[in-house]
Design a protein around this ligand. Structure first.
Ligand code: HEM
Length: 539
């Protein structure tokens, strides 16, 4: 209740400040709106860029809304460029300029793989600022995925040895152990006969493997939820480029603080343990052990003086996320395609029979002879098809005044003021690049005859980039491929998989199984998390 004149003047001051702040924000909004819209139109006129119908107030928001209206609401944004091609084929010059400000910065969706190589391989353009904004609540944007220049290079050089083939081979017993735990989870699912969300199981498998290589720790999430990983997953729910309303909610910060406290309470002792002279080390290099070596060797030098926990914790968190989600998603999609393509499952089992020997000895065979894991071309084809049809992530870089993209017809396109998005899903599935691109055909990866239309040779070298290419390509790609080969080797000969999408599930391109934006998730997950039924193999 207002009890005095001074209360009234405080109230007046508060009201006045609030109105001033609102007025300034509104003024900023309109100035920015004017700048963005005129920039888009000016560039389009100057360089003869074909633009989709562009409203001065809405930009392309109305057009985008119309394009997405006919598809399931949870479809991931990676399908958008394909929708634009369907709706505006005459404007397709290998890219689309998209102005969806204020929801996102203006963007160029690049559909020609050779043009993507121009900003990732020929010149590795910096990551778009939105990437750092997205990960800031997790790592303060000081992690290997967001950093640039020398700071990025220091971590990349430090961590590379963990992902060498030699180190990964030394890790095989741990991956096999986690693969057997996945097998147990699937075995339990056969007992109930219930519909099973495959992605939950494969993500935990991915997490446990990454726990070994990053932390040198057995997280055991396939058996029991691990508190640190629960906190990590909760924190993912607070990230997200474009979901900026979250950042105005004070609870985001309180929850974030709690999640970090939970994670750090586990990670810091793990780091301390490795940094102690008496530490018992793994037989392979882990991210923490490589950091410990680096800090010891560089003691007294500039970067090594930094606070090791503040420096290293963001790296551990980003590596855990980068590693487990993507692998879990790709593997779940692979199981779905095995469930609906019995001939592919049969061919996969045949390869395992021939290369890996009897089912009951497969784990021992891979441990005794790690090179077997790299002698599975058809299995690798199954995984690559899953990654081709369902890439979980794609890169987004920053354009610049001096960077122009050139399409197949030699036309130049400016990039200043735009983010550059690789339309990976689109060019990895389009028929003009991939023969029968919408079909799951692992044999395309083993075809050697150049006359076969399925042949994937040097002419398509830029068109398969689930791990991206160039200096910022995925650090963990060999590990991911190895994980998935081992998981399939340990599970597909013992179980049958039956697709369990409900008959009325929404469909994208005719399939209920598509890349979806799920609540609280960052990357492109499996719609409904890939429901399957699992039973013991009958034939
Ligand atoms: C199927 C599994 C995976 C896929 C599809 C995938 C995909 C990608 C892609 C597309 C990028 C580039 C992102 C960008 O440009 O913004 C990337 C970067 C990265 N990935 Fe992966 N990834 C997978 C597994 C892993 C694993 C297992 C790890 C490590 C444990 C890992 C660690 C990283 C790191 C650290 C980067 C940043 C590299 C840098 O900027 O130097 N990834 N990944």
């Amino acid at each position: 209740m207002i009890s005095s004149l001074s209360d009234l003047s405080v109230l007046h001051l508060l009201l006045h400040s609030a109105l001033t702040a609102a007025g300034l924000s509104l003024a900023y909004f309109f100035v920015r709106l004017y700048q963005v819209r005129t920039h888009v139109r000016k560039l389009s006129r100057k360089y003869d860029v074909k633009l989709m119908p562009h409203s001065f107030f809405w930009g392309h928001l109305q057009v985008l809304g119309e394009c997405m209206a006919d598809i399931p609401p949870d479809v991931y944004g990676s399908y958008l460029p394909g929708q634009l091609v369907k709706r505006f084929p005459e404007l397709n010059e290998g890219l689309y300029y998209i102005d969806s400000w204020p929801f996102q910065d203006p963007m160029i969706a690049v559909l020609e793989p050779d043009m993507v190589a121009q900003f990732t391989v020929e010149t590795s353009m910096p990551k778009a600022p939105g990437v750092a904004d997205e990960f800031r609540p997790l790592t303060g944007a000081t992690d290997i995925l967001c950093l640039e220049g020398q700071e990025w290079k220091r971590w990349r050089t430090m961590f590379n040895p963990a992902f060498s083939l030699r180190n990964l081979s030394a890790m095989i017993p741990k991956i096999v152990k986690e693969g057997l735990a996945l097998r147990d989870v699937l075995m339990n699912a056969t007992a109930s006969g219930d519909v099973f969300e495959m992605e939950h199981a494969t993500s935990r498998f991915g997490m446990d493997v990454v726990g070994h290589i990053v932390l040198g720790h057995d997280l055991g999430t396939q058996k029991t939820p691990h508190p640190t990983m629960v906190a990590l997953r909760r924190q993912i729910g607070l990230l997200g480029y474009g979901f900026w309303l979250k950042h105005y909610n004070p609870m985001t910060y309180i929850r974030g603080w709690q999640n970090h406290a939970m994670m750090d309470a586990e990670f810091i002792p793990m780091i301390k343990r490795y940094f102690s002279p008496l530490a018992e080390k793994e037989s392979f290099k882990t991210i923490i052990s490589l950091a410990q070596n680096w800090y010891t060797e560089n003691a007294g030098k500039k970067d090594a003086d930094k606070n090791v926990f503040r420096d290293l914790l963001p790296q551990l968190k980003i590596l855990m996320i980068a590693g487990y989600e993507t692998t879990g998603i790709a593997l779940a999609f692979a199981y779905h395609h095995l469930a609906i393509n019995p001939k592919v499952l049969e061919a996969l089992r045949k390869e395992h029979d021939e290369v890996l020997g009897p089912v009951d000895q497969v784990a021992d065979a891979m441990i005794a002879n790690p090179s077997l894991v790299n002698q599975l071309p058809y299995t690798t084809g199954v995984i690559k098809e899953s990654l081709r049809m369902h890439p979980p992530v794609s890169t987004i870089r920053d354009g610049s005044r001096t960077k122009f993209l050139v399409n197949g017809q030699g036309k130049k396109f400016p990039t200043e003021g735009f983010r550059l998005l690789s339309s990976t899903y689109d060019f990895q599935t389009t028929e003009t690049v991939w023969h029968r691109g919408k079909e799951f055909l692992p044999e395309r990866w083993v075809v050697r005859d150049e006359r076969n239309p399925l042949y994937h040779g040097p002419h398509t070298k830029n068109s398969f980039r689930p791990f991206e290419m160039g200096p910022r390509a995925c650090l963990g790609q060999e590990l991911a491929m190895m994980d998935m080969r081992i998981a399939l080797a340990l599970t597909t000969r013992e179980f049958d998989f039956t697709d369990a999408y409900p008959a009325d599930a929404p469909k994208m391109d005719g399939s209920p199984c598509y890349n979806a934006q799920l609540d609280g998730e960052l990357t492109a997950h499996c719609s409904l998390r890939c429901p399957v039924k699992i039973s013991l193999r009958t034939a």
